[in-house]
Design a protein around this ligand. Structure first.
Ligand code: 5AD
Length: 338
């Protein structure tokens, strides 16, 4: 049996580069996931509340340089309506995700969080709105946000510079993650699998970075090209590599909350089920208003109907039940090592 925890960087890179051990990794990851989280799947209602973004990441469809993107932002009332709908469906975590939209200053965003907190005292509020000041993270936390998702995207400086314009810096991203931890957020980070110029060595750095940060949540999904970005010609991430990394992450982070992401479900019809088999324990159906769902287009063919749609939670529940999983109505807080 491979002791993933004990591999040095070179050995870990080799493990990432071969499919030889995938079955063994899958079995171990699944066993750990079952031991700690049983057959439970936690769900999060994802509210994509703005697709305006001041950043220009080369891989992302809502980059500011994409003038073909049709922009929208939800009002406070529209966001609250999504939460009411989600609460009735059984969601106890709302994820407010958006581009880095200057309109949502603290003056606008803090009252949104505060109102959700007041209206739904028993839900977890997760924010995913990118890099902000320490002061801003603090205000949002005080208003009632519990968790924060901010992927580091790649822990290798040179690789980071190939994915982002010079104004964006890995060091800033890491500083934000450290501040979020310090404030007391439950923190999530992660990266795309198969992003252009990624290598087994940069992936080892990603894993080492996560081992230092020790986030409670880890989000990974395949890179998928978007036609209106500089990476429109690049190859999509590989399904099997994504699954292998899910398993490796579950083995190294037995307690982590790890979603089977929308990108994974976009790459493969049974991506959610496969993700669960390789150690994932979270799903994040889309709770945004139907009319704008196709506008939050990070990559081509992003799925937002059927099992990816919050309204279809009952269907998702029964399909997951057939595979032996139980979707629960629960905040789905991380369990911690005792
Ligand atoms: N393919 C896959 N994932 C993407 N993201 C952005 N663009 C793409 C893409 N083309 C991911 C990034 C970001 C998250 C919200 O979506 O990792 O952090």
């Amino acid at each position: 049996m491979i002791a993933v925890e004990q591999l040095n960087d070179k050995q870990l890179a080799q493990l990432i580069g071969t499919d030889k051990y995938d079955e063994e990794l899958r079995r171990r990851a699944l066993a750990l996931r079952r031991k700690i989280y049983g057959n439970k799947i936690f769900v999060r209602g994802l509210i994509e509340f703005t697709n305006y973004c001041k950043n220009n990441c080369y891989y992302c469809g809502i980059r500011c340089g994409n003038n073909k993107a049709v922009r929208y932002r939800l009002t406070q009332q529209e966001i609250l309506d999504c939460c009411h709908k989600g609460y009735d469906l059984g969601f106890r975590t709302f994820v407010l995700q958006g581009g880095e939209d200057r309109y949502f200053s603290d003056e606008i965003l803090v009252p949104v969080v505060a109102e959700i907190r007041q209206t739904f005292p028993d839900v977890a509020i997760t924010l995913s709105v990118g890099e902000r000041s320490e002061e801003s993270y603090q205000h949002l936390f005080q208003a009632g946000a519990d968790r924060y998702l901010l992927r580091h995207e790649t822990a290798d400086e040179e690789h980071f510079a190939k994915l982002h314009p010079a104004q964006q810096q890995l060091s800033t991203r890491i500083a934000c993650l450290n501040v979020l931890k310090k404030i007391g957020y439950v923190v999530g980070s992660g990266f795309m699998v198969g992003s252009p110029y990624q290598t087994a060595d940069t992936l080892v750095k990603d894993i080492r970075f996560l081992q230092t940060l020790q986030p409670e949540m880890i989000g990974i999904g395949p890179f998928i090209k978007h036609k209106d970005t500089p990476f429109n010609d690049m190859a999509n991430g590989d399904l099997q590599l994504t699954l292998r990394l899910l398993a490796i992450l579950r083995i190294l982070f037995p307690y982590a909350l790890i979603p089977a992401t929308t990108a994974l479900a976009t790459l493969a019809d049974n991506g959610r089920e496969l993700g669960m088999q390789y150690g994932a324990n979270v799903l994040m159906p889309n709770l945004s208003p139907q009319a704008i769902r196709n506008k939050y287009s990070l990559y081509d063919n992003k799925v937002y109907n059927g099992d990816e749609s919050a309204e279809q939670l009952a269907g998702l529940k029964s399909r997951m039940a057939q595979a032996g999983w139980e979707i629960v109505t629960d905040r789905g807080d991380p369990k911690r090592r005792v």
